[in-house]
Design a protein around this ligand. Structure first.
Ligand SMILES: NC(=O)c1ccc[n+]([C@@H]2O[C@H](COP(=O)([O-])OP(=O)(O)OC[C@H]3O[C@@H](n4cnc5c(N)ncnc54)[C@H](OP(=O)(O)O)[C@@H]3O)[C@@H](O)[C@H]2O)c1
Length: 329
C-alpha cells in the first residue's frame, strides 16, 4: 500500500506524437484484454500495472467487455486506480471502447448512438472515473449510418466524458470517411487501433497512408500475435499460457501452424542480440505512423523485457529481408 511511483519513470521509455495532435504516447502501451478479469489473480494484475507505470508506460487500454466476465477488467482497473494510481490521474491516458457484444437485447452491441453513449457511461461507473482520455468505436458497423456512430463519439467528447475519440478495426475507406465527418464536427479523430504484427499485415495496404494523410496516429494491438511471437511456445504449449487456458483467445491450432516460422524468427532475433518479443515490437514500430505498440502481459517480467526494446529498434536491410523471407516462406 501507499504506492509511490518511480521518480525516474519518464527517463525509461521514448514517447511518440500521436498523429497531428497534442498527445504523445509511450512506444509501448498496456492493454487489459486478458489477465485482468475476475478469473485472474488481482494482485498479479496490480503489480503489472504499477510496474508498467514505474517504467513510463502512461497509457492503459480497456474496453467495456474485457474480463471475463465482461466489465471485470474495468472494475479491477478502477480498484487499482483507487488504491494506487489516483494521485497520478493527470499523468495517465486511459481508454475504453464499445462496439462488440456487451449486454443482452438489441442495444448492447454494434454502433448505435444508444449503445455507445450508454456503454461509455457504464465504463466510467465501473472505473469510477469522471472521464476517459480516449473513447473508441471498437469496430465498424455497416448497419448503422457512420454519421450516427461518429456523432455519438463527438457528443461523448463534447459532454466531457472523453477527451479524444478513436476508432478501431476500421478499414481504410471507412476510416477516411469517419475522419472527414469528425473533422467537420470539430472533434478530429486522435487515433486508430488496428491489429498488426508480423503475422497480420493488413494495415500495410491503404490504411497506413490514409492515417498519415488524415494526421491520425496508430496504436497497434496484438503486436506479439497474442504471445506467439515470443519464446513462450518454442517447446510446446505451457498450461498457464493464453493458448493453454480455457478462456484464452489464442487457439492451439494457430500455435501449431506457425511454430516453425516462430523458431526461424527467433534465430534472427538472437543474432540481433534481442529476444523475439523485443524484435516483434521493434518491427511494428518501424513505421513512423505507429505511435505505440499495444501489448498484453501476464507477468511483471513481460513488461520488463519489452521495455528494453528501445535498445535495438533499427533493422539493417539484411535483417529486414531475412524476416521477409521467413514470413513469405
Ligand atoms: N481493438 C481491438 O479490437 C483489440 C483486440 C485485441 C486486443 N486489443 C488490445 O490490445 C491489447 C494487447 O493485445 P494482446 O494481449 O493480444 O497483445 P500481445 O502483446 O500480442 O500478446 C500478449 C501476450 O503475449 C505474452 N507475452 C507478452 N510479453 C511476453 C514476453 N516478454 N515473453 C513471453 N510472453 C509474453 C503473454 O501471453 P500469456 O498470457 O500466454 O503469458 C501476453 O498475455 C489488449 O489488451 C487490448 O487492449 C484490442
Amino acid at each position: 500500500m501507499n504506492y509511490k511511483a518511480d521518480e525516474n519513470r519518464y527517463q525509461k521509455i521514448p514517447y511518440r506524437r500521436c498523429g497531428r495532435s497534442g498527445i504523445v504516447l509511450p512506444i509501448i502501451s498496456l492493454g487489459l484484454w486478458h489477465n485482468f478479469g475476475d478469473v485472474d489473480d488481482f494482485e498479479n494484475g496490480r503489480k503489472i500495472l504499477l510496474t508498467a507505470f514505474d517504467n513510463g508506460i502512461t497509457h492503459f487500454d480497456l474496453a467495456n467487455n474485457y474480463g471475463p466476465p465482461y466489465g471485470s477488467a474495468e472494475k479491477n482497473f478502477g480498484k487499482v486506480l483507487k488504491s494506487d494510481l489516483k494521485p497520478y490521474r493527470d499523468e495517465l491516458i486511459i481508454s475504453s471502447k464499445a462496439g462488440y457484444d456487451m449486454w443482452s437485447g438489441p442495444y448492447g452491441n454494434f454502433g448505435s448512438r444508444k449503445y455507445l453513449i450508454a456503454s461509455c457511461d457504464q465504463s466510467l461507473k465501473r472505473m469510477d472515473l469522471d472521464y476517459v482520455d480516449i473513447f473508441y468505436h471498437h469496430r465498424p458497423d455497416y448497419d448503422t449510418p457512420l454519421e450516427e456512430s461518429m456523432m455519438a463519439l463527438d457528443q461523448i467528447v463534447k459532454s466531457g466524458k472523453a477527451l479524444y475519440a478513436g476508432i478501431s478495426n476500421y478499414p481504410a475507406d471507412r476510416t477516411a470517411e469517419a475522419a472527414k465527418i469528425m473533422r467537420e464536427l470539430g472533434t478530429p479523430l486522435l487515433i486508430h487501433q488496428p491489429k498488426y504484427s508480423m503475422f497480420e499485415r493488413w494495415i500495410e495496404g491503404d490504411l497506413i497512408n490514409t492515417l498519415e494523410n488524415a494526421g491520425i496516429g496508430a496504436i497497434v494491438f496484438s503486436p506479439l500475435a497474442q504471445g506467439l511471437l515470443t519464446n513462450k511456445y518454442l517447446k510446446g504449449i505451457p498450461k498457464d499460457s493464453r493458448a493453454g487456458k480455457e478462456w484464452g483467445f489464442l487457439k492451439r491450432e494457430e500455435v501449431n501452424q506457425r511454430i516453425d516460422k516462430v523458431k526461424k524468427l527467433n534465430e534472427v532475433a538472437t543474432q540481433r542480440g534481442q529476444s523475439l518479443a523485443q524484435m516483434a515490437i521493434a518491427w511494428v514500430l518501424r513505421h513512423p505512423v505507429v505511435t505505440s505498440a499495444l501489448i498484453g502481459a501476464s507477468k511483471v517480467e513481460h513488461v520488463m523485457e519489452l521495455i528494453k526494446v528501445q535498445d535495438c529498434l533499427d533493422f539493417t536491410d539484411e535483417e529486414y529481408n531475412k524476416i521477409e523471407l521467413i514470413l513469405n516462406s
